[in-house]
Design a protein. Structure first.
Length: 398
C-alpha cells in the first residue's frame, strides 16, 4: 500500500477547521485534524507546501517512522504549527491502519479499558443567576461534571463567559482584566454554586494562565473548601518552576498542558508530580502516537489524562481523543464542548454522547467522514482569540 495523494480541506461550519485527507492506492482514506485556532492558515501552508510532498509514495503503515521523519527531518522541531501538521498526518495514518484491520482505532491501542468516557461541560454566566441557569442546562444535557466560569465585577466581558463572540472576530477583541477583582470574587461564586447544587456535583475552573505563581497558590487555597476536581492553567505553563510554589501551598488538584506541544514540555511537571492532569490535545501534540506515550509517562507518576476538547478541536480530533480515552488505563476526564449541528453534518461520525458520556463507536478507523461538498460551501473566515490588557493598558496573559 502506498499514499497517492494528500490534500488539505479548510471549512468553517461555525468554527474554522483544518482537515488533512490522505488517500492510498488501495482506496483506503484517512482523516486528520490540523486545526490551530486563530492561526489556521499557517498550518495549511505548512502541510500543503512542506509535508504533503513528503507523503506521496510512502507506506501509510509506517506510522512511527513517518512521525519521526516529519519531527526530526525538518530540523526545526516543536511549536504549535509544526505539531498540528504532524498530528494531522499521524491521526490520518492511524485511521487508515485501523480501517485496513477492520477495527475501531481503540482496538489497535490495546482495546477498551472502560465502557464509556466521562466528560465535563462548560457553564458560564455574567452573574450568579445566569451562571445557575447555565449549570442547570448542562445538567439537563447529562453532564456529570461542569467547568464553572463567571464574570468579574467591574469588567465588561471575560473570555469564556456568555457569548464568546471574541473568537469569531476578524480582528482580536481587546478585553480588560483585573486580577485582584477576580481573586476576590471567585471564591464567593463557588460558595454560591455549592450552596445551590450541593457537595456532590463535580466542579472545575480554568484560570486561563492569568495568575502569577503566588496568586495561583492563593486561589488554589481559597478554593479548597469547595472541593474542585481541578484548577486549570492557574499560571503560565512555561514557568514550570512556579508550579512548585503552587503545589506547596494548596491541595486543590492542578491541570496543565493545553498549550504544550511535546513531552519535553512536561518533564519537570510530571517527573516531580507538580500536576494531577495532563491537558494536551491530540491535534496540538503531534497526534495519537506521542500523546499515548505522554499518558504512559504520566501513569508512572499517578497523573491522569484530560484531553483538551473545546469547540475548535474538530470532530476528527475529538474522535481520536475518544479512542485514546477508552483505551488508556490512566484516564481522568474528557472535555467536551460539543459542536454546531452543521459541523456534525460536515463531519458525520460514529461517536456518541449519551447521558454525559462519550463512546467512539465500532466503525473501522476513527469512525468519521468528511462531506467535502458541504465543507466547501462554508469557507474559511478570519477569526482571532481576544487580547487581555490591564486597566493601565499593559498586555496581560490570555
Amino acid at each position: 500500500m502506498k499514499i497517492v495523494d494528500a490534500r488539505v480541506v479548510v471549512t468553517s461550519p461555525g468554527r474554522n477547521f483544518v482537515t488533512l485527507k490522505v488517500e492510498t492506492d488501495e482506496g483506503v482514506t484517512g482523516l486528520g485534524d490540523a486545526t490551530l485556532n486563530g492561526r489556521e492558515l499557517a498550518v495549511v501552508g505548512y502541510l500543503r507546501d512542506h509535508v504533503v510532498p513528503l507523503l506521496v509514495g510512502t507506506d501509510p503503515h509506517r506510522i512511527e517512522d513517518t512521525w519521526q521523519s516529519l519531527y526530526r527531518g525538518a530540523y526545526w522541531r516543536r511549536g504549535p504549527v509544526t505539531m498540528a501538521a504532524i498530528a494531522a498526518v499521524d491521526v490520518a495514518l492511524w485511521d487508515i491502519k485501523a480501517k485496513v484491520a477492520g477495527l475501531p482505532l481503540y482496538q489497535l491501542l490495546g482495546g477498551a479499558s472502560r465502557e464509556r468516557v466521562r466528560t465535563y461541560g462548560h457553564a458560564s454566566g455574567r452573574d450568579i443567576p445566569e451562571l445557575f441557569d447555565s449549570i442547570r442546562a448542562r445538567l439537563a444535557e447529562g453532564y456529570p461534571a461542569i467547568r464553572v466560569q463567571t464574570g468579574v465585577p467591574g469588567l465588561e466581558r471575560v473570555y469564556g463567559v456568555g457569548h464568546d463572540a471574541a473568537s469569531d472576530a476578524a480582528r482580536p477583541v481587546v478585553e480588560d482584566w483585573d486580577t485582584a477583582a477576580y481573586l476576590r470574587s471567585l471564591p464567593g461564586v463557588f460558595d454560591a454554586v455549592r450552596q445551590e447544587f450541593g457537595p456532590e456535583l463535580v466542579l472545575l475552573h480554568d484560570a486561563h494562565h492569568r495568575l502569577t505563581p503566588i496568586q495561583a497558590a492563593r486561589l488554589g487555597k481559597d478554593l479548597e473548601p469547595y472541593d474542585l476536581f481541578w484548577l486549570e492553567d492557574c499560571t503560565p505553563a512555561e514557568n514550570q518552576d512556579g508550579l512548585r510554589l503552587v503545589r506547596r501551598h494548596t491541595t486543590t488538584p492542578l491541570a496543565i498542558g493545553e498549550v504544550f506541544n511535546t513531552v519535553f514540555d512536561y518533564q519537570t511537571l510530571v517527573g516531580e508530580q507538580l500536576i494531577d492532569y495532563v491537558r494536551s490535545a491530540v491535534t496540538h501534540f503531534g497526534g495519537v502516537s506521542p500523546l499515548r506515550k505522554l499518558f504512559d509517562f504520566a501513569a508512572q507518576h499517578q497523573i491522569k489524562s484530560a484531553i483538551h476538547g473545546p469547540e475548535d478541536i474538530s470532530p476528527v480530533g475529538m474522535a481520536a481523543a475518544i479512542h485514546l480515552d477508552l483505551a488508556i488505563h490512566n484516564f481522568g476526564i474528557q472535555e467536551y464542548a460539543g459542536h454546531t449541528p452543521l459541523t456534525h453534518e460536515v463531519f458525520p461520525h460514529a461517536y456518541t454522547f449519551t447521558d454525559g458520556y462519550l463512546h467512539p463507536g465500532e466503525a473501522p478507523g476513527l469512525g468519521i467522514e468528511l462531506d467535502e461538498e458541504l465543507a466547501s460551501a462554508h469557507p474559511y473566515e478570519p477569526a482571532y482569540l481576544p487580547i487581555n490588557r490591564l486597566q493601565d493598558g499593559t498586555i496581560h496573559d490570555w
